[in-house]
Design a protein around this ligand. Structure first.
Ligand code: PHB
Length: 395
């Protein structure tokens, strides 16, 4: 027998593959590349550490193949600087030809990449940054984290209903802080409360002491605080030193302050702090118990909400690829993601098909000691919360 027919068949197959590659480049590509950009160093390094660990755990648990495609993560450190985030995104799109961009630890970092996602027509999955306007900056942005107004409104409602009448707000002076400040004031005032002062603290190298002194001087019932994940311990240390609790001023916050990554370092001054957020490591569900156990086994530290944003970001990419049967074209993936719902370790979630934000439960929690460790213990649930800013615009 001659080798000829075999060669001929191979040539035909190769030609067909080449044709497919030109006609359907995304279909023909066998590897789906996910460009992950995170702050792995700098003041938000804890976000990078948590998100990277979660993305890797997702692959470890679910395999590196989905719908017949191999999935490859390309992880880059933007050090928390928007110009670096932008350059890395450009390189990932142009040189590595990534199909998806994922991560974005702070609002300015997510915003820097929005025009690139629009131009490249590939999904930009925001797993961390949480200023409400982010998803409006590109039709290709999908968010698996949360928005500050989404987490804050339930805190304002709870406060107004639980005997708190006079509040000072204290937030980091940039997008999410300003969102939190406004959402709190609007909702708390509606509920009959009064915001007597609104304090904004610089994001970089914050010195909270003079601001805490102003809070003390105003003697409100409570101070409502937002600082981004990773900054909670610096805040809590100064809060404890200033003796606000002894002066009868309650601390209320979004869960960014009592973040699971640092909660154990905050010490007993954090005990009893009521806060609202979408994820607690002690969330009571079989999915979360399995996740926390596997995460701790792989990393020796506890997952926080930044880990969950990235874990669900990966889950969303996998689900979208299953739905498109492996077609990794940007528009096809984006369309598949809109309206997608699943049981997250945080509870039930859905990508809002109109806003591309995440619809999720927000939990009211209290910091308590359980088995010698501090946890945000959930005690009330507000179900299926949409970003209130976009919901209000629609009306
Ligand atoms: C943000 O910059 O959007 C951000 C970062 C950390 C948080 C929340 C929001 O905990």
């Amino acid at each position: 027998m001659s080798m000829k027919p075999v060669f001929a068949r191979r040539t035909v197959l190769a030609a067909a593959a080449a044709l497919a590659a030109t006609a359907f480049p995304a279909l023909a590509q066998e590897t789906v590349k996910i460009g992950v950009i995170l702050p792995m160093t700098g003041p938000s390094a804890s976000t990078g550490k948590q998100a990277e660990a979660a993305a890797k755990l997702w692959i470890q648990q679910n395999g590196a193949t989905v719908a017949g495609k191999k999935v490859e993560l390309i992880i880059k450190d933007d050090t928390g600087a928007p110009d670096v985030t932008k350059r890395l995104a450009q390189e990932l799109v142009v040189n590595d030809k990534v199909n998806v961009l994922l991560g974005f630890g702070l609002t300015p970092l997510a915003l820097a990449v929005a025009p690139i996602a629009t131009q490249a027509k590939i999904p930009q999955i925001v797993t961390a940054a949480a200023t409400a306007i982010i998803t409006e900056q590109s039709p290709f942005i999908v968010r698996t984290s949360f928005t500050l107004p989404q987490a804050t409104v339930p805190m304002a409602q709870w406060s107004a209903k639980n005997g708190i009448k006079k509040v000072v707000t204290l937030v980091s002076d940039y997008g999410p802080g300003i969102d939190a400040e406004k959402a709190f004031k609007d909702e708390f005032t509606k509920g009959g409360g009064e915001v007597v002062a609104e304090l904004r603290v610089p994001l970089r190298n914050p010195d909270f002491a003079p601001f805490l002194q102003r809070v003390k001087d105003a003697s409100p019932d409570a101070v409502f605080v937002f600082v981004p994940s990773g900054f909670g311990s610096a805040f809590m240390k100064q809060f404890a030193e200033r003796g606000l609790t002894q002066a009868g001023i309650k601390l209320i916050a979004t869960g960014d302050v009592t973040d699971d990554d640092v909660l154990n370092e905050l010490g007993d001054s954090a005990l009893g702090v009521v806060n609202t957020h979408h994820y607690s490591a002690s969330h009571d569900s079989p999915e979360n118990k399995a996740f926390v156990e596997a995460f701790k086994k792989a990393n020796n530290f506890r997952p926080n909400f930044m880990a969950v944003g990235a874990y669900d970001g990966m889950q969303l990419v996998y689900k979208a690829l299953e739905k498109t049967k492996g077609n990794a074209d940007g528009q096809a993936l984006l369309d598949a993601m809109k309206g997608m719902s699943w049981t997250s370790v945080r509870g039930p979630v859905q990508i809002d098909p109109e806003t591309r934000d995440i619809i999720q439960n927000i939990y009211v929690r209290k910091v308590e000691k359980v088995g010698g460790e501090l946890f945000n213990q959930e005690f009330a649930t507000i179900e299926k919360v949409k970003d209130p800013v976009k919901a209000a615009k629609k009306q």
